[in-house]
Ligand binder design. Structure first.
Ligand SMILES: Cc1cc2nc3c(=O)[nH]c(=O)nc-3n(C[C@H](O)[C@H](O)[C@H](O)COP(=O)(O)O)c2cc1C
Length: 367
């Protein structure tokens, strides 16, 4: 049997051994944006998950662009040194290629870590003022962000470029912009959070302008062989919000600006929106539409946990790649077990080769 999930693919100059990607996952464990020993443990482990590509968590281009005090950044020399150390560690011991997601939290910034409540920081917790396209809070009880001036827009664009330069210098194999989950770029795109009356608000074309300017400016400093992608919103799951047709239009524009792939996620634009009940692979249908209508390489994400489920998505041509988040935390060797289930080969570090099912009789006794 030949597995589609374990077939190789290529993004720009990057060869990927299979279609499995570890989705970016915030760890809220950095110190003023600087990666900690937790990142060595976490990313070092996931660099051996069997996924061809491991995408480092949302890493913020400005200090005020972090969600929490523990979020990772790429806005200082110290951030760059810390992340370079983690990347060197993953390269030395891991098998995955390494990507990074660069981002700005916008009006969702200045918040507590999830295990502290995910609420806005109080004045006694070193809260900071946030910025957004319009002065509209993320949800009830959230502070009102400052509407960005044209000078802010320029400054944030330059910060994305500076962070991308740092990511290139560190030697990441792929760079991804975060255009989803209610953070700054998504909040410009969505009519729910963008009520501007200047050139950056109004029609979809105008709302796309700032994210596209960032995509273009970052593309200009990321060498062509290094794939540049964006995580985008397939739906805001709210009447009057972004819908799949907007995702198609945005992906088409990103392709024209030289981006190599999109990852289609959804939701997160407002703390007051109740998302529908999500079922398995809830974003796959939108990814399929984006892939078919825009022609850009497309990754899907969201409640994908089974090897056969992932295999079917790729085999049926619904997405080029699948990203998994929680299933990878649950089983950090998810890709090894998927390979076993699908009769495929996967790279393992030599230290662990004795647990390969082909040489370990105990593999047959697992339930
Ligand atoms: C602990 C955790 C941290 C996350 N952090 C990020 C992040 O940094 N960037 C991002 O785009 N999505 C983030 N997500 C969302 C995941 O990447 C993914 O899109 C979502 O969990 C759905 O996929 P899943 O069902 O495989 O978990 C996070 C999810 C989890 C569970």
């Amino acid at each position: 049997m030949t597995s589609a999930l374990f077939s190789p693919t290529r993004l720009a100059g990057l060869e990927l051994a299979n279609r499995i990607v570890v989705s970016p996952m915030c760890q809220y464990s950095a110190d003023d944006g600087i990666a900690s020993d937790w990142h060595l443990t976490h990313l070092g482990m996931l660099a051996n998950s069997g996924a061809a590509l491991l995408v480092v968590e949302m890493t913020d281009v400005e200090r005020r662009g972090r969600i929490t005090h523990g979020c990772m950044g790429l806005y200082s020399d110290a951030c760059e040194v810390g992340l370079a150390h983690v990347v060197a560690h993953c390269r030395r011991f891991g098998r995955a290629r390494l990507g990074i997601q660069i981002a700005h939290a916008g009006r969702k910034g200045s918040a507590q870590r999830p295990w502290e409540g995910s609420r806005p920081l109080g004045p006694d917790a070193d809260a900071w003022p946030t910025i957004a396209p319009s002065a509209i809070p993320y949800g009830s009880g959230w502070p009102t962000p400052r509407a960005m001036t044209l000078a802010d827009i320029e400054k944030v664009r330059d910060a994305f470029v500076a962070a991308a330069r740092r990511a290139v210098r560190i030697g990441f194999d792929a760079i991804e912009l975060h255009g989803a989950h209610g953070y700054l770029l998504h909040s410009f795109l969505s009519p729910i959070s963008n009520k501007r009356t200047d050139d950056y608000g109004g029609s979809l074309q105008a709302r796309m302008r700032f994210p596209l300017e960032i995509a273009g400016a970052v593309r200009a400093v990321v060498p062509k062989p290094v794939p540049l992608g964006m995580r985008i919103t397939g739906s805001d799951w709210i009447d009057g919000g972004l819908a799949p047709a907007d995702a198609v239009a945005f992906a088409t524009a990103l392709k024209a600006w030289g981006l190599d792939y999109v990852d289609v996620s959804s939701g997160g634009v407002s703390g007051d929106v109740r998302p529908p009940n999500f079922g398995p692979g809830y974003n796959v249908g939108i990814a399929e539409q984006v892939r078919r209508e825009s022609g850009i390489a497309t990754r899907t994400v969201g409640l994908i946990a089974g090897a056969r489920q992932a295999e079917a998505i790729v085999a049926e041509g619904r997405a080029d790649m699948v990203a998994l988040a929680r299933a990878m935390l649950d089983d950090p060797h998810w890709g090894w077990h998927a390979a076993e289930a699908l009769g495929a080969e996967v790279a393992r570090p030599p230290q662990y080769e004795r647990a390969a099912p082909a040489v370990w009789p105990g593999a047959a006794y697992r339930t």
